[in-house]
Design a protein around this ligand. Structure first.
Ligand code: G
Ligand code: G
Ligand code: MN
Length: 405
């Protein structure tokens, strides 16, 4: 792909402009948004048009796959707008896609590759009914990857807060900050879709900065809504992913943000998943100890979901374990889930850590967790992730309900 186009969101091409020539190096493709493009074969001066493609068509998609030189020339017929699709993005999207989707896309791509070997560079992905949603999903992920930088700059990220309550009396003690992307085309996009894309680049740091900054800013209001028991803690939990934990000067960045917003370090909790702990263990532990030494607490997120939670519990300074929803969901129906949750809570108690049950959706589950000694609860049963103003309304409504009881 032309170096000047690298990492652009949209490319505008003038009528008659060449997009690429046969023989050019290829490392990506394009999706035509508007306009039209002709595909030409043959030598300069003796070119022959073999196809004319328009909005919604893929162009140069072979480069997405194998980086082989272009087998034809592409030229805009009129003013044309294209979304560039980069190979590293496709690869990261596919690496996370579900295996069926990965299989479909790989099969489609290999068909395309064979078609192009037979000198049919105009071949397009078959638009069969089955393949359409898969292609759409890949397109969506690619478009998201492409527009993330712009979206962050344009202020499309927002932070939602999910209440965390003390299970014994259901009082509000804290929140988990969860980032969302209000995308102009796709609406509200969940972090599972864009955080992994952001982690491939430095964009994850811009997201991390936004989240920490916004959470510290909103804590001014949200902190006052909490009602910790006498001597108990109130907290704002934020999620950090691996590249953020390993970022040089992460501690400095966190302290600077806290002091800018006059947020007390003891009010901040950082959630780390096992996957954020990979890499240089000693370095990660060092960062965690530094954060902890100023009063910030650290929670092990999604406990039970990974492979070696135990290992991390032994070597890293956690003060809280968040028990994954997949186990919480089963406490009433699966003896195994029940025993795993019970054991996790006991382990936490032995190690002097608190516990949060995640994804609680009903009263009976909340009660079961409380009976086992779980400290905190989080889940739709108490409250969904909400914007700041909605948290205020939620607190007011709860207060009224309590008075009414
Ligand atoms: O709210 P939702 O279920 O969409 O969140 C999905 C996952 O995305 C959560 O489990 C959480 O770990 C992750 N996530 C949410 N917000 C952030 C954030 O600000 N930073 C990082 N690194 N991950 C987040
Ligand atoms: O980072 P973590 O995996 O802990 O984030 C929790 C995620 O789970 C959030 O994205 C939130 O939207 C989601 N979630 C929280 N409570 C519930 C719940 O009760 N039910 C379901 N289905 N999802 C929940
Ligand atoms: Mn979390």
């Amino acid at each position: 792909m032309n170096a000047n186009w690298n990492q652009q969101d949209r490319i505008e091409v003038a009528p008659g402009e060449t997009i690429f020539r046969a023989g050019d190096a290829a490392d990506g493709g394009f999706l035509i948004e508007s306009g039209s493009v002709e595909i030409l074969v043959g030598d300069t001066g003796h070119e022959r048009r073999i196809n004319l493609i328009g909005a919604g068509s893929l162009l140069g998609e072979m480069g997405l796959l194998d980086g082989q030189p272009r087998s034809a020339t592409a030229r805009a017929v009129e003013a044309t707008t294209m979304v560039p699709l980069y190979r590293n993005h496709l690869e990261s999207v596919l690496a996370q896609a579900d295996p069926l989707l990965r299989h479909i896309v790989t099969a489609l791509m290999s068909r395309l590759r064979n078609a192009s070997r037979q000198n049919l560079p105009q071949a397009e992905p078959p638009k069969s009914a089955e393949a359409a949603p898969a292609v759409e999903q890949v397109m969506r992920a690619l478009k998201l990857a492409q527009s993330l930088a712009r979206g962050i700059t344009a202020g499309e990220l927002e932070l939602h807060y999910q209440p965390i309550v003390l299970l014994s009396d259901r009082r509000l003690v804290g929140y988990e900050a969860l980032v969302r992307w209000r995308h102009p085309e796709f609406g509200m996009v969940r972090p599972d879709e864009f955080i992994p894309l952001a982690e491939q680049t430095d964009l994850i740091h811009r997201i991390g900065d936004f989240v920490l900054n916004q959470a510290a800013l909103d804590w001014d209001v949200l902190g006052l809504l909490c009602e910790p028991p006498p001597g108990g803690k109130r907290f704002m939990s934020v999620n950090l992913s691996a590249p953020e934990v390993c970022r040089p000067k992460i501690c400095h960045q966190v302290y600077a943000t806290l002091s800018e917003h006059r947020m007390a370090p003891v009010d901040l909790r950082i959630e780390l998943t096992e996957t954020s702990l990979v890499g240089d263990k000693a370095a990660v532990a060092e960062v965690m100890r530094k954060l902890q030494s100023v009063g910030i607490s650290i929670a092990l997120d999604d406990f039970g979901k990974g492979f070696s939670g135990m290992d991390y519990l032994a070597s890293m300074p956690f003060s809280c374990i968040k028990i994954d929803k997949s186990f919480v969901d089963g406490v009433l129906t699966s003896e195994r889930s029940l025993q795993i949750v019970r054991t996790a809570i006991q382990l936490a108690q032995t190690l002097n850590m608190s516990t949060v049950g995640e994804g609680i959706e009903d009263e009976a589950t909340a009660q079961a967790l409380l009976d086992m000694g779980c400290t905190y609860g989080q889940g739709y049963f108490f409250g969904k992730p909400m914007r700041l103003a909605d948290v205020q309304a939620w607190v007011a409504r709860r207060g009224a309900e309590r008075v009414a009881v």
